[in-house]
Design a protein around this ligand. Structure first.
Ligand code: ZN
Ligand code: ZN
Length: 348
């Protein structure tokens, strides 16, 4: 729950859609949610009148003929609310100006960061169940597409098949643009699929995620088409060792940056420190990237109920890259790896 006293506000104007969904259940694309210590009011437009009444258990106000900002400001005036917190990373400058312009004299806007995101870090049993389902769907889509991964097939067609299978399995949509990166493309951590055809004796990196019942999954697997060279194989072993070491380190009480350090240390021992160019992982849930960030600077202490990814990688320009990523849930004693897909070297 939001601590209004601690934040020194009378109300929080929630404008981030995932945050609105978290509190109210509303899944539409245009809304504000005004939260006070004893009420929640959703503002939306007429396209969503029926949907909001079905999804939300809070008061719903359909706004016509004016911006939601104006309606929210008028409501704030009627309720005589004074100190209004807003989500500074989730409200446009234009929106801020509009709000400010229409607020009554004496009411002030206080920029806040990550208030709802912080609450969202610890998942409920229901949220974990949804993520688990999403993870299973994601892995099943991968399994079903494996047989199509062969020389002569384009990266885009593999991506299309993965996303098609996700949907057949009950996902609403991919959680992000599916990455299918063959050969040298795999050295780009966030490559977009191209018309490039897969070729023999190359690496194939696949990073995919689904949204199912609103919740994300995220997995990366790097497979071999035929027989890659010894250097590539040893890079795979190093990344897998780093990933497993980081997973073993995950438990309540450890900080996000400490887990990152564990993965980084293993890759350094293998001479791959500079090849590991991103952080070790991230939280996920209603969004694909949520706090905490398992990187060098995040001091968040992990706690039971957090769901995070562990995804170290190593990338060599011109040759290729390896990343291995699982979705894991922090438990009372350590963590549970939700991703069922094998991490053994896979030769197709
Ligand atoms: Zn991923
Ligand atoms: Zn990820």
């Amino acid at each position: 729950v939001i601590d209004f006293t601690e934040l020194k506000i009378d109300a929080l104007l929630v404008s981030g859609l995932p945050n609105i969904r978290y509190f109210s259940g509303f899944t539409g694309s245009n809304a504000f949610l005004l939260v006070t210590h004893d009420s929640q009011t959703l503002f939306t437009d007429p396209r969503y009148t029926v949907q909001a009444s079905q999804e939300c258990n809070c008061a719903v106000r359909t706004v016509t003929g004016r911006a939601l900002h104006v309606a929210a400001a008028q409501f704030i005036q009627r309720k005589r609310l004074k100190k209004i917190g807003f989500e500074k990373a989730r409200l446009s400058y234009e929106g801020y100006q509009l709000l400010k312009e229409h607020l009554p004299l004496g009411a002030t806007l206080k920029p806040l960061a990550g208030v709802v995101e912080k609450l969202r870090m610890i998942k409920t049993g229901d949220e974990i169940a949804r993520i688990r389902r999403s993870v299973i769907t994601n892995s099943e889509a991968f399994d079903r597409t494996l047989k199509r991964m062969e020389p002569g097939v384009s990266e885009s067609s593999i991506a299309a098949e993965l996303e098609y299978q996700m949907r057949l399995l009950g996902a609403e949509k991919p959680a992000f643009e599916t990455i299918v990166a063959a050969g040298p493309h795999s050295a780009l951590p966030h490559a977009s699929p191209t018309e490039q055809l897969l070729a023999a004796n190359e690496l194939l990196l696949i990073d995919m995620g689904a949204f199912q019942s609103g919740y994300a999954s995220d997995m990366t697997r790097t497979v071999f088409l035929g027989k890659p060279d010894a250097r590539t194989r040893s890079m795979y072993r190093a990344v897998l060792e780093a990933q497993q070491a980081a997973i073993s380190a995950v438990r309540p009480g450890i900080t996000a940056q400490q887990v990152d350090r564990v993965a980084r240390k293993v890759l350094k021992e293998h001479g791959l420190a500079k090849e590991f160019v991103h952080s070790t992982g991230h939280g996920l849930g209603l969004e694909i990237h949520e706090p905490p960030r398992l990187g060098k600077n995040d001091k968040t202490t992990l706690a039971a109920g957090m769901v995070i990814t562990i995804e170290p990688g190593a990338y060599v320009e011109g040759t290729g890259g390896v990343r291995i990523e699982d979705t894991v849930v922090v438990t009372n004693s350590g963590c549970e790896v939700l991703t069922p897909t094998s991490k053994e070297m896979m030769f197709l």
